[in-house]
Design a protein around this ligand. Structure first.
Ligand code: SF4
Length: 265
């Protein structure tokens, strides 16, 4: 559950699925992942992007083994203390892995709550505490929700399949009667909008990905002079290389004047 939630943080489910299945077959428990080398973990991450997530999962597995007896903890504080685990991921693990009552809020849930309860066509920028309170209140009005986790899962599915961002299918919506946006005649949204993710093409993320891909696929250190031929913008290349070094994803190869490798490989 923790692995899938981290993978899904910034990657669509269709790209996550094959990688997730491979990870679980190769490292079925935190103990298996904890003893693996970072280069193998990054190779298995494939091209899912934001590879710091793989590095953090690796570190989290080591902490789970050393501090929690090899089992993903149930407590919110303990989950939040793991590398790469934020509020959403911690609550999703508690809810969907352990069945504990949590108001888990993703984009789809926020949209349903904004429409059904807030009377707004869009959810606007995230507001963690208010968003969670909105979910709890909406679920309280749905008297047939079997449990908070099941209710949250239902809202997620409703937002993904029926209450879509564009063209919601209100005639098939089980909560249409109480939807304030629908009852108000679908007024246009005039509030603030959520920030859009920055473009990938030409970004530092793209340069980092190119450098990492080269180092991941090599069993020996790669000369910096060669890496520099992979990107035309010198300053951007150096900035991206530096950020990978600072993140601990790569390191200078010992004994080499200008060679790099995946950390610990
Ligand atoms: S009635 Fe329409 S807009 Fe309202 S929650 Fe259902 S699908 Fe969404």
């Amino acid at each position: 559950m923790l692995v899938s939630e981290v993978m899904l943080q910034q990657t669509p489910v269709s790209r996550v699925l094959p990688v997730y299945e491979y990870w679980l077959s190769r490292w079925p428990t935190p103990a298996h992942l904890a003893t693996e080398s970072l280069i193998e973990v990054l190779r298995a991450w494939d091209r899912m992007g934001y590879p710091r997530r793989a590095q953090r999962l690796h570190e989290a597995a080591q902490i789970i083994v050393s501090d929690h007896g090899g089992t993903v903890p149930h407590e919110l504080d303990a989950l939040l203390a793991l590398p790469g685990v934020g509020d959403y991921t911690a609550r999703a693990v508690r809810c969907f892995a352990w069945g504990l009552p949590e108001a888990v809020v993703d984009t789809n849930v926020r949209r349903v709550v904004a429409r059904a309860q807030g009377g707004q066509g869009e959810a606007g920028p995230p507001r963690t505490v208010a968003d969670r309170a909105g979910v709890t209140t909406l679920l309280e009005t749905l008297t047939d929700a079997p449990s908070q986790c099941a209710g949250v899962a239902g809202l997620m599915e409703l937002g993904a399949i029926v209450c879509r961002a564009r063209a919601p299918e209100c005639s098939a919506c089980p909560i249409a009667d109480l939807c304030q946006w629908r009852n108000a005649g679908y007024p246009p949204y005039e509030g603030a909008t959520a920030t859009k993710q920055a473009r990938f093409e030409g970004s530092d993320r793209q340069v980092r990905g190119i450098i990492l891909r080269e180092l991941r696929s090599s069993d020996t250190p790669v000369p910096g002079a060669f890496l520099r031929t992979l990107w035309v913008e010198e300053e951007q290349f150096e900035r991206s290389l530096q950020s990978l070094l600072e993140d601990g994803l790569i390191e200078p190869a010992p004994g080499e004047r200008d060679g790099y490798r995946i950390s610990g490989s």
